[in-house]
Write a protein that binds this ligand. Sequence first.
Ligand code: ZN
Length: 307
Amino acid sequence: MEKQRTLGASVSCSGVGLHSGSRVTVTLRPAAADHGVQFCRTDLVGRQRLQAQAKNVGNTSFATTLVGKDYMIGTVEHLMAALHGHGIDNVTIDIDGDEVPIMDGSAAAFSYLIESAGIKEQQSPRRFIQILKPIVVIEGDKKAGLYPADGFALTYEIEYPHPAIQKQRFDIVLTPESFAAELAKARTFGFLSEVNFLRENGFANGGSLENAIVVGNYSVLNTGGLRYQDEFVRHKAMDAIGDLYLAGYPIMGRYHAVKSGHALNHKLLLAMLEDKKAWRLVEGRQTAMVAAEVAESMKKVGYRQAT
Ligand SMILES: [Zn+2]
């Protein structure tokens, strides 16, 4: 039976917030079974605590932001993706500011922190949200859906009318190994033509070539180029893995998105959680069987291995 997992030790990192530009420190601390993922604003009176759950999402413009009574915790998606990817069920995240640091624009730093802390298996069985019937949300040409499957698999498709991006598709069966190898290093991206608009509206104040892929009129402006040839779609897939973890439990199902983003991912989660016939909470399964079974079931639904 698969068991709940927490960290083996506390680990910290510091950096600037992508949108706020402010310096912040986050510390990931081990937590008891059934605690879930919880943020703690250590800079506020009373050390305000907030569960990382869809009901606490307050804003989805250019990032996923959790909102408490009179405070917020912005840009949680890359950290949530690393926790989801590595299968961490229980953790307290101390944060001394209002936005998770962007680090290098990817989930690599958080993935590294989790690997450094080590993983501690707990006594209680892991619980999953098992998808029982398709849930799909559509907005214009954007679409996001959850479908029944054993384990968690994802297909993401994007299309940008830009020569450096165009059409990209990425498929993955999520395991700690596939997350670390295929998704953790994919950086966020932005278009040079939009930088002024973003800054005038209070976004991307901490953004730079050090923490984002910047796309010029014809090509990528970062001197080192891309980390993966399809880094754009991989980043969107990583974002979705973070956003979906706000369901409160790992999802047992297949996620398929076309041109989705934080707002539509959130809408999908709310639609799923509201429809009590669409899912049920199930307890852990035989760990060793998961990856092989998922790969087999994905073949049946047309999954193809990423190249
Ligand atoms: Zn992102």
